[in-house]
Design a protein around this ligand. Structure first.
Ligand code: ZN
Length: 408
C-alpha cells in the first residue's frame, strides 16, 4: 500500500505537465490505520453508543434539536443536530458540517465535537453565531463503518466519500444528498459545507480545488475562506496551496463535486483534514479557528468584536510561491501582523535586484499577488519581503527571503 502510493507520487511529479493522478486527499495508509486503531482502542475510542450518550446530552441544550435523517445499510440512524437561536430573526446563514465519513479519521470528529461545544456555550461569540446562523451537524455519517471498524468504508465495503456519482449510490449518500437538496431549496440555503476528515500525512489542511475543476472566481473564494480560518491558527493549519486537487477537471466523486456541479459559486464546500497521527490534538483551538473563520468569511460582523480566546498570529510570514517551479506566472502570499511599510523585490542568485514589485504601507492581514516573470530567462530567483518595524523609537528592517524557480 505504502509502496504503491509512493510510486504514484513520483510518477505524477515527473510527468506533471501531461499526467495528473488525483491523490487520495486523506493520504490513507492501511498500516498506520491499524496501529492507530490499536492506540485509540475499540472503534478508535468513540463508537455509536458514545454518540447516543452525547446526543442525549446535546439535546438538553435549548439551542439544539436532534433528528434522524435516515438510516445506514445496517439500519443505524444518521443523526443530525440543528444548532441555532430559534427566537431570532430569519433568514439565517446556513452552515453544514458532516464528520466521520471515514471512521478511522476520528480526529475530524473531535474537532466537530469542539465545534458543538463552542456553539452551545454561553460565550458572546456563541450567542452571536446562534443569532446570525443555523448550523446543521452530522457527527457520525458512517456509523456502520465505525461499528465494523472499517477505516474507510460502509457496511457494503463502499467508500461513501467517493460514491456520490455512482450508478447506484449508497443509502448514506442518498440520505445526505436529499437533505442538501431540501436545504438548498429552503429560505436559508447552505453557504458553507465542511466535510470533516483527518490526514495520515500528519498535517492540518483544507483540500483546495484548482480553478481547472471549479472556476477562477471560486478559487479566489476558496483562498479567502482558508485564509480566514488560518488567520486564527496560522502555524497549525497549512496554507491553501498545501494540497491542490482537481487539476484536470471536476472528479465525479465527492460531496464537493456534487455541490460544485449543482450550485457552483453559491456554496463554499470543502474537505477539512485534521491530523491523524500521534501529534493529534488542539481540537478546541482548531474548532474555534474554523467557526471564527466562517464568521469572517460570511462577513457577519467586524472581526474585532467577535475575537475571544483566540490568538491571532504575531509574526510576519512569507509563504512559498505557488506553483513552483512556475512558467511565467506564480502567486506569492505573506502575512503582516500590523500595518507596515514594505518593500517587495525579486533578486537573482547573486543577490542583485531584478525588479521591485511593491512598496508602501499595507494593512494588517494576508496579502497575495500574482507575479508575471515576463522577459526573464529560466533560472532560480529569490523573492524578498522587507518590512520596516518601529522598536524603542528606532526603525528596524526585517527581511524574509524565499527561493523560486522559473522554468519556461
Ligand atoms: Zn477521509
Amino acid at each position: 500500500m505504502v509502496c504503491f502510493s509512493l510510486a504514484i507520487k513520483s510518477f505524477s511529479q515527473t510527468n506533471r505537465q501531461t499526467v495528473y493522478l488525483e491523490q487520495d486527499k486523506c493520504g490513507f495508509d492501511e498500516i498506520l490505520a491499524r496501529s492507530l486503531l490499536k492506540m485509540f482502542g475499540d472503534h478508535w475510542g468513540y463508537d455509536y453508543d458514545s454518540l447516543l450518550v452525547d446526543l442525549q446530552r446535546w439535546g438538553e441544550s435549548p439551542y439544539v434539536s436532534v433528528d434522524s435523517l435516515g438510516a445506514s445499510v445496517q439500519n443505524r440512524a444518521l443523526w443530525e443536530l440543528t444548532i441555532t437561536d430559534t427566537n431570532e430573526v430569519k433568514p439565517k446563514r446556513a452552515i453544514y458540517i458532516h464528520a466521520r465519513t471515514h471512521p478511522g479519521e476520528v480526529q475530524g470528529f473531535w474537532v466537530t465535537d469542539e465545534i458543538i461545544n463552542l456553539l452551545t456555550s454561553e460565550s458572546d461569540f456563541a450567542k452571536f453565531m446562534r443569532r446570525k446562523c443555523v448550523f446543521y451537524i452530522i457527527p457520525m455519517y458512517n456509523p456502520d463503518g465505525v461499528e465494523l471498524e472499517y477505516p474507510r468504508e460502509n457496511a457494503h465495503h463502499v467508500d461513501i466519500e467517493s460514491n456520490w456519482y455512482a450508478a447506484t449510490v449508497e443509502p448514506e449518500v442518498a440520505t445526505l444528498r436529499n437533505r442538501f437538496i431540501e436545504l438548498m431549496n429552503s429560505g436559508s440555503p447552505i453557504e458553507v459545507a465542511l466535510n470533516m476528515h483527518s490526514a495520515y500525512a500528519c498535517k492540518r489542511y483544507f483540500v483546495y480545488h484548482d480553478p481547472v475543476g471549479t472556476s477562477p472566481a471560486y478559487s479566489v473564494y476558496e483562498k479567502l475562506f482558508i485564509g480566514d480560518v488560518r488567520f486564527y491558527y496560522l502555524f497549525g493549519i497549512e496554507p491553501w496551496n498545501y494540497f491542490v486537487s482537481w487539476k484536470t477537471g471536476t472528479p465525479l466523486k465527492y460531496p464537493e463535486s456534487w455541490f460544485w456541479l449543482n450550485y457552483s459559486e453559491n456554496v463554499m464546500a470543502l474537505t477539512y483534514e485534521d491530523i491523524n497521527c500521534e501529534n493529534a490534538g488542539n481540537y478546541g483551538k482548531t474548532a474555534a479557528a474554523i467557526i471564527h473563520g466562517i464568521s469572517n468569511y460570511l462577513a457577519l460582523e467586524n472581526r474585532t468584536v467577535v475575537v475571544d480566546q483566540i490568538e491571532p498570529p504575531v509574526n510576519f510570514l512569507l509563504e512559498q510561491n505557488y506553483p513552483n517551479p512556475f512558467n511565467l506566472s506564480t502567486t506569492i502570499s505573506y502575512y503582516l501582523p500590523g500595518r507596515s511599510e514594505i518593500v517587495f523585490r525579486i533578486l537573482d542568485t547573486r543577490g542583485r535586484e531584478i525588479k521591485t514589485i511593491e512598496t508602501g504601507w499595507q494593512e494588517t492581514g494576508y496579502h497575495e499577488f500574482n507575479w508575471q516573470a515576463t522577459g526573464l530567462p529560466s533560472a532560480i530567483y529569490f523573492y524578498q519581503l522587507t518590512v520596516a518595524v518601529q522598536k524603542n523609537g528606532a526603525i528596524r528592517r526585517i527581511s524574509m527571503v524565499k527561493k523560486c524557480t522559473l522554468l519556461k
